[in-house]
Ligand binder design. Structure first.
Ligand code: IFM
Length: 443
């Protein structure tokens, strides 16, 4: 970590932290919440490495006031939460469940009272199970159900949420949830998962108009990006890199910005109907960028490989507890690449997730030192600043995550928080990165 002072960010830059509903809320049956695909998946033997579920998670549903206190102490200007669709519509259709919306109403008001802007993501992967039973995102109807749900949420919270985010990481939900089956709903469709991409994007576009009809707040989507690092320089390696780039970085952005689907992944476009691309390209106000690391890619080694690329580990970098390489400059590279690629079509960017997992534990004095996370955040913020200096319009940065939480298929084994959570007692202990980030935000 460099000892040079952190460069100054402009006034009005949004400093925040992010979480998501299923990862922190617990209370999965409270207020008539319906089951989601993650309840089903987590309760299926062998799906989660430590056999845990999100049934209790961080018990944020009952402890939100304490967590808002932590946000106030951190001094952030924004908090990115997600709304659990099955709390609002327990079966994914029909009228709003008042108890579900009441919870978010209380949370939003508590945030505003603490001087923290609520930023609400509508879909962070917890699809109501009843919709999955009807085909989930493979079924075009789910896009319409999503817009209906967006309307219900905006009708209640549209006067107070300061930024809407329709979907979180639709690429990850498609690829891990429906391509490889590592995430809920656990389908293994490989490239036949394309309808999941299209229907999520269609749902996004329909939700944009639903939100605009009820709320004047800006609208965004949060995409996951990973710049490609080629492991070789043959034509085949370059073609593999282009295919991976199209799949991970362009599939969910080209059509949003009016360019239609990239050709490289070679998906069957049969599900795309006339007019869909116009719906998907409804203007957005902010592009949310979630970044963790670049991806090493080379040409597939076997002729019968099911994918047009092969992933290779990136060597020579420090690694997180997830074994992800720590490459701050990949964030600068990504932001500059987005700016070059989309030019004037690119709306302002907010980095909606950036963070790392380490095996943090309280020391003998009860403190939780996490110098690696401080170095990680320091490097990534400098990378954001460099991109801004190069002309990329970045207006915010959210750390993933406020709390240690339930990390999907990794259960409780990966700690991403600025705040340590003892899952046996639900005791929250701010780590040293919390104080570091607080001091940075203050400055
Ligand atoms: O925890 C997840 C989050 O839900 C989505 N983005 C990546 C994070 C770390 O894996």
């Amino acid at each position: 970590m460099t000892s040079a002072p952190m460069p100054e960010f402009p006034a009005g830059f949004r400093w925040g932290v992010s979480t998501s509903a299923y990862q922190i809320e617990g209370a999965v049956t409270a207020g008539d919440r319906g089951p989601s695909i993650w309840d089903t998946f987590a309760h299926s033997p062998g799906r989660i490495v430590d056999g845990s579920t999100g049934d209790e998670a961080c018990d944020h549903y009952h402890r939100y006031a304490e967590d808002v206190g932590l946000l106030a102490g951190l001094g952030v200007s924004a908090y990115r939460l997600s709304i659990a669709w099955p709390r609002v519509q327990p079966t994914g259709t029909g009228p709003a469940n008042a108890a579900g919306l009441d919870f978010y109403d209380r949370l939003v008001d508590a945030l505003l009272a603490a001087g923290v802007d609520p930023v609400a993501t509508l879909f962070h992967w917890d699809l109501p199970q009843a919709l999955e039973d009807a085909g989930g995102w493979l079924n075009r109807d789910t896009a319409h159900r999503f817009a209906e749900y967006a309307d219900l949420v905006a009708a209640r919270l549209g006067d107070r949420v300061k930024l809407w985010i329709t979907l979180n990481e639709p690429f990850v939900h498609m690829s891990l949830g429906h391509g490889t089956g590592a995430h809920a709903p656990g389908r293994v469709l490989l490239f036949d998962a394309f309808p999941v991409a299209h229907h999520q994007l269609l749902g996004h576009g329909l939700a944009v108009s639903a939100l605009r009809a009820r709320s004047t707040s800006p609208v965004a989507i949060a995409n996951n990006y990973s710049p490609v690092r080629l492991a070789g320089d043959s034509d085949a390696d370059r073609a593999a890199g282009a295919a991976y780039d199209a799949l991970h970085n362009r599939l969910f952005t080209d059509p949003l910005l009016g360019l239609g689907y990239p050709e490289e992944p070679g998906f069957d476009p049969a599900v795309v109907r006339a007019g869909d691309l116009d719906v998907i390209a409804a203007p957005i106000d902010v592009l949310g960028v979630n970044y963790y690391n670049p991806t090493g890619i080379r040409a597939p080694s076997g002729e019968d490989s099911p994918l047009p690329f092969e992933m290779v580990p990136l060597e020579g970098y420090p690694r997180t507890a997830f074994d992800w390489p720590v490459v701050p400059d990949g964030l600068r590279e990504l932001l500059v690449q987005l700016h070059r690629r989309y030019g004037d079509a690119l709306p302002p960017i907010q980095v909606t997730e950036s963070g790392c997992a380490y095996d943090d534990a309280p020391d003998a004095d009860g403190r939780v030192p996490d110098p690696d996370r401080i170095a990680y955040l320091d490097g990534h913020l400098r990378a954001v600043h460099e991109a801004m200096t190069a002309g990329v319009p970045v207006t915010g940065y959210f750390v993933w995550s406020l709390l240690d939480n339930w990390e999907w298929a990794e259960g409780f084994t990966k700690r991403f928080g600025l705040v340590h959570v003892d899952y046996a007692t639900q005791r929250r202990t701010p780590k040293s990165s919390y104080a570091w980030f607080r001091d940075l935000v203050r400055r």
